[in-house]
Design a protein around this ligand. Sequence first.
Ligand code: MRU
Length: 342
Amino acid sequence: MSFKAIEWMGDKLRLVDQRLIPAEEVYLELKNHHQVAEAISNMTVRGAPAIGVAAAYGIALGSIEIKTSDNKSFLKELNDIIDLMAATRPTAVNLFSTTERMKRIAASGKDAAIVRQDIIDEAISIHNEEEASSEAISRFGAELVEDNSGVLTHCNTGPLATAGYGTALGVIIRAYRQGKHLHVFATETRPRCQGARLTAWELKQANVPFTLITDSMAGYVLHRGEIGCVIVGADRIAANGDTANKIGTYTLAVLAKESGVPFYVAAPTSTIDASIKSGEEIIIEQRSPEEVTHINGVRITPEGVKVINPAFDVTPNQYITAIITEKGIIRQPFEEGIKSIP
Ligand code: MRU
């Protein structure tokens, strides 16, 4: 894969600005951890695995920035940097798997110089693992996609979102490259339009035939019987398989069930949070009302309207046909399948 959404340059992090695609393909070079934290919060970089990878490199940059040679002060500053990174977005668990891994290194009791090198090595490992995972997910998932079928997907789950091959979109692209005749339906994904901007951009680059629909057209498309399966990504999967993903995913899952269409979640095991029993415990990020009231900075609503803007929803596990991970496909009962992941 030649395109690199996230690239570690040794002393800086190169990121494509996902807020500008497809109008512009701008690469930013972030030189300190504050810039990386800001890039995660403002969604310059987004998508659960990509957030985890960017945070890892942000912490690596932070460890390079620390000037003190005193071990205790070094570890204090490092832990503060890790905490700052953990506060950037609340839902995607990949961020917290990264920060927990980094905390464990900080607590290793080793010398500051060794900890710094271990942090940098860990960030590179996290990136390599996400790349390998999404590649494996695409291979497992492609088996589930039927030839001559329509595939509905939501949000953006390709190389931009994963710093690798892609999860749900990786499955679709792999199935297409295997020679399956597919037609993808990509939802616009309001309010940030990750589907209209990013998935459409990635599908075009991959030459996969697709049709863009607004979110409210999903029922229409599913009812027509042209969809063989729905595949989405995930931001956090609880121990019972309940899955938080981009707002609108739950609606699609219910529609898929009503239409007799399998609903697949494609996600690396780094997105599974076995510490929580169910989706009830997942914190849903609430974003700014302007994302709903404005499009490209232009107000589309009357002044002062009441708005909610939950960035994610939780799909209860009973709507999910299977979870495609890099270690294989998990089916109901998910609790057992998730527990037995090696
Ligand atoms: O708010 P975003 O754009 O970070 O949300 C992204 C999603 O919900 C994706 O579907 C999810 O992270 C899976 S990415 C492989």
